[in-house]
Ligand binder design. Structure first.
Ligand code: 5AD
Ligand code: SF4
Length: 441
């Protein structure tokens, strides 16, 4: 046992956030405590992301800053893990240029952290241990969750889709589903511990079960989780339009505890670009799907991911993206400038789009999306929603925030005792990004 302090800084998606909760759990089981900041940490871990260049550059900048800290504190250990470390070229750069790094590990050997720390203690050199995907799922990793009322839960790992822009299939390996028994065991445990909301994580949750011997679909899994007493809200992400079945739409519609929100990335509107992206659906199929979902579940909120400036995207192609946005009326969207990722097929495509054009299109996209989000929000005025209270607002410390089942951010007056509880909030006014209201009985 040790009395050392650790600090984990995380970049990227919820999958990474959840991996950091596992790293945290492992370190606590070794006796480590959490440090408040970099200055009083004995072990700093960066959990990194490779999905866009920006994220990558930020990580290098932050590793650079640790040099000064290492000089001040000779006992400080610096470890870097996550998707970036799965790439040999990145490891080579760090080995050569960032001598302040002590340990490098990857996305497939988090559970080996105790051994890595011990091995590092016995050596003076940078320790690099990154595994390729073994196809194995490691269960029972101790997990220290960030919140005690909402929890992430992996239902599958990896991705087989190979969208041509995306690095994830190379860093997270092949798709594999967790056994339903293990998932349900974890959900039941969380319910007993008092968790109210769970988010089921996978790169493409709609293809859950394909790698299992006992075939189970995602819709069947959801219906089972819906039966677990105590879990009031079930969320999931991310959904791929090509695998979204009617059976799943009916499960969301029928199950009381499944949140009426779906994150359904469409990425681009032009069929030519969708094909180049290897998305395996057309604009028309996507719009039909939206129509079907809204017809079955009128109150549902739909959010999406959109990439602008993919290679070969003409003005006309981009107009198709705007057309999908206008027709789909998304509640919100994550928008991205296409970022070249070495090792993916799109990086080698001709007709890359100049930055200036990408930025112009990006602005046009935001100008189209924002009024729609605002209009959608306006429709909530006067209505009452159940809101899971999360804490004091980041921007205004006289207000608390929480989220509706449809995942909209709400501001309201409350006090500490409400944190982690589900309350009814009546909406009085709205902005593009959030709603404002008051707690009612
Ligand atoms: N460039 C820009 N956006 C990307 N995404 C994934 N790879 C890239 C890339 N190379 C976006 C997609 C995905 C989201 C998580 O990140 O929209 O859905
Ligand atoms: Fe990347 Fe496509 Fe897999 Fe999502 S579905 S992780 S975008 S390859």
């Amino acid at each position: 046992m040790t009395n050392k302090r650790y600090l984990i800084e995380t970049w990227g998606c919820q999958m990474n956030e959840h991996d950091s909760e596992k790293i945290s759990g492992i370190l606590r089981s070794l006796g480590y405590k959490e440090a408040e900041n970099r200055n009083n940490a004995d072990l700093i871990i960066f959990n990194t992301c490779l999905v866009r260049e920006n994220a990558e550059l930020k990580v290098y900048g932050n590793i650079g800053e640790l040099k000064r800290l290492k000089r001040k504190n000779k006992d400080l250990t610096v470890a870097i893990c996550g998707c970036m470390m799965q790439k040999k070229e990145v490891r080579d750069v760090i080995r050569e240029k960032y001598k302040q790094v002590d340990i490098i590990f990857g996305t497939h050997n988090i559970h080996k952290l105790p051994e890595l720390l011990e091995n590092y203690r016995q050596s003076d050199n940078m320790l690099i241990d990154v595994w390729e995907d073994s196809g194995e799922i490691i269960e029972q990793i101790p997990t220290k969750r960030k919140y005690d009322y909402k929890a992430f839960l992996n239902i599958m790992y990896g991705c087989n889709n190979f969208c041509t822009y995306c690095i994830v299939p190379y860093t997270r390996g092949r798709e594999k589903s967790r056994n339903p028994e293990e998932i349900l065991k974890e959900v039941n445990r969380l319910a007993k511990e008092g968790f109210k909301e769970i988010t089921l994580l996978g790169q493409n949750v709609n293809s859950y079960g394909k790698t299992l011997n006992s075939k189970m679909t995602f819709a069947e899994l959801l219906r089972k989780i819906n039966e677990v007493d105590g879990i009031k809200r079930i969320r999931f992400m991310t959904s791929h339009p090509k695998d979204l079945s009617d059976e799943l739409i009916y499960a969301i519609r029928d199950c009381e505890n499944i949140c009426k929100h779906i994150h359904l990335p469409f990425q681009a509107g032009s069929n030519k670009i969708l094909k180049l992206m290897n998305r395996k659906y057309t604009k028309e199929q996507y719009l039909d799907l939206m129509y079907k979902i809204r017809q079955e579940i009128p109150e549902i909120a739909i959010t999406t991911d959109i990439i602008v400036g993919f290679p070969n995207e003409t003005e006309k192609d981009f107009e198709e993206t705007l057309d999908v946005v206008r027709k789909s009326r998304f509640d919100s969207a994550f928008t991205f400038l296409y970022s070249v990722r070495e090792g993916t097929p799109a990086a080698k495509m001709e007709n890359q789009i100049p930055d200036k054009v990408k930025h112009e299109r990006f602005q046009k996209l935001l100008d189209t999306l924002h009024p729609i989000s605002y209009e959608n929000n306006k429709r909530t005025i006067g209505k009452t929603f159940d809101v899971l209270v999360e804490g004091v607002s980041k921007n205004d410390d006289t207000m608390y925030t929480g989220r509706t089942g449809t995942n909209k951010l709400v501001h309201f007056k409350a006090n500490e005792e409400f944190i982690g509880k589900i309350v009814n909030v009546k909406i009085n006014s709205v902005k593009t990004w959030s709603l404002q209201g008051e707690i009612v009985d």
